[in-house]
Design a binder for this molecule. Structure first.
Ligand code: COA
Length: 425
């Protein structure tokens, strides 16, 4: 048995933010039925295509373990099917542009009337207010959520991160909202609306930067490199390069081979508790007792010198050797792993975080499995569905349509054309 067995999700999501959320729920055992526009489906099926004729990795890596039905929800027959789906699902998830669900004729009031127990979960770019009607993509969310203004180096422009904190981050937030609402429904018997705005999700992940904004009003941020460099602070939390956020200063340092390998670096943290070990390692045992270096506070104005000295040691060995030497000494370090190294990482494969999946059209491909491990709910990562692969199965087995009725719906155009069964089998 899986954790969410018996929970049925009407998955009206597309692109990345919503699909991340419903993929997680599918991994935990929910029956996720992805409703897609006939003929084309989720736009990501055809984006960044690497194998002509096959769904892209963009789509296949975000839609594992789901079923797919084709349905034009704007035709009368499509609305009829959608209504039956709403009646028989526990959760409806969508991340359409603001107002799209309403224009389709299914605002929350209608959805709730059709099924008072249903949870309607939505992702939008912004919460209520001035920008609520705007469409938003990942990088816009990173910018309006405060992340970009605090990422990058002080003398450069704002930078967005490769981690999809706007899309996948908000999908995670929404998934938590959904299971929380399911839990509350156990007590109340009622569904509710769950909303997660991408701006809010990004800001939640940037919480420590808003902390620093307030600390700045009381004086300079002494753990930022710019403090030691004597550069005055302006009135907003600055970009801090690779400084580590807390009271344990860290930097990215060169390792052997950095001249040719863009990832021959290590993140090195000068944790206070490990200082004596660090001093011994880098050949500066005198820094243990020298009052200019002995305490974290004393070192703050000297971080450039401290890290340059540590780097003259890390430069002599490769990044994995740094890890092997530092770990037993309790010094927190981490090699900069490339995506190639991650793809080949034995530990990640053994834990099921990196998995290979057989897809009926594209063949074997690599994907990220479920990053959350439940000891009593094993995850079996299955391939993403082909467009409309389960239309007939869902309509007949779940919604109880007869073959004639399915034929009527198909002739109306609500289900798209005849599906390519050969590809699905
Ligand atoms: N049947 C009928 N119509 C369908 C349909 C279906 N199965 N699936 C989608 N549509 C329609 C929608 O109703 C909408 O119609 P409308 O414009 O007449 O209201 C239309 O398709 C386009 O949907 P929309 O969501 O506006 O797509 P888009 O490509 O224009 O915008 C986003 C994409 C991501 C910018 C937008 O959806 C958005 O801002 N979403 C919220 C924030 C978000 O999740 N962003 C990150 C995405 S990773």
């Amino acid at each position: 048995m899986t954790a969410l067995e018996g929970v049925r999700i009407l998955d009206f999501t597309h692109v990345q933010s919503g699909p991340t959320c419903t993929q997680l729920l599918a991994w935990f055992g929910a029956d996720v039925i992805k409703v897609e526009r006939p003929g084309s489906g989720d736009a990501t099926r055809a984006q960044l295509v690497d194998i002509p004729g096959a769904d892209s990795l963009y789509f296949t890596m975000l839609n594992h373990n789901k079923r797919s039905i084709e349905l034009d929800a704007k035709t009368p027959e499509g609305k009829e099917v959608l209504t039956r789906l709403i009646e028989s699902c526990d959760v409806m998830v969508e991340n359409f542009a603001p107002g799209a669900l309403e224009r389709m004729g299914f605002p929350w009031e209608v959805v709730q009337t059709i099924n008072p127990r249903i949870i309607l979960a939505s992702i939008k770019g912004f919460g209520p207010g001035r920008y609520e009607a705007c469409k938003v993509y990942e990088n816009v969310a990173q910018c309006v959520g405060g992340a970009a203004s605090t990422t990058g180096f002080r003398d450069g422009i704002p930078v967005v991160t490769g981690a999809q904190i706007g899309d996948s981050g908000t999908g995670l937030h929404l998934a938590l909202g959904i299971v929380t609402a399911l839990y509350q429904r156990e007590q109340t018997g009622r569904g509710q609306r769950v909303s997660a705005a991408m701006q809010d999700g990004v800001l939640n992940l940037c919480r420590v930067k808003l902390r620093d904004q307030q600390r700045l009003q009381k004086g300079p941020l002494r753990e930022y490199s710019q403090f030691g460099e004597g550069v005055p602070f302006a009135d907003a939390t600055p970009r801090a390069g690779n400084d580590s956020g807390g009271g344990q200063p860290g930097r990215i340092l060169r390792c052997k081979g950095w001249e040719d390998d863009p990832n021959a670096y290590v993140y090195f943290i000068t944790q206070g508790a490990a200082w004596s070990k660090i001093c011994a390692l880098i050949g500066r045992p005198d820094w243990q007792s020298d009052p200019r270096y002995a305490t974290p506070e004393a070192r703050l104005p000297r971080l450039n010198e401290v890290f340059a000295t540590i780097e003259s040691w890390t430069e002599t060995i490769d990044k994995f050797t740094v890890m092997e030497i530092c770990n037993p000494l309790g010094i927190p370090v981490g090699p900069i792993l490339s995506m190639k190294e991650i793809a080949e990482d034995e530990g990640l494969r053994a834990s099921g975080t990196v998995v290979e999946v057989d897809h009926p059209v594209r063949g074997r491909h690599l994907t990220v499995g479920c990053p959350i491990k439940l000891s009593d709910s094993a995850v079996d990562v299955r391939p993403a569905p082909l467009l409309g692969q389960h239309t007939e199965e869902v309509l007949s087995q779940l919604l109880g349509y007869s073959a004639d009725e399915v034929d009527r719906l198909r002739r109306s155009g609500a289900l798209g054309g005849v599906p390519d069964r050969a590809a699905a089998e």
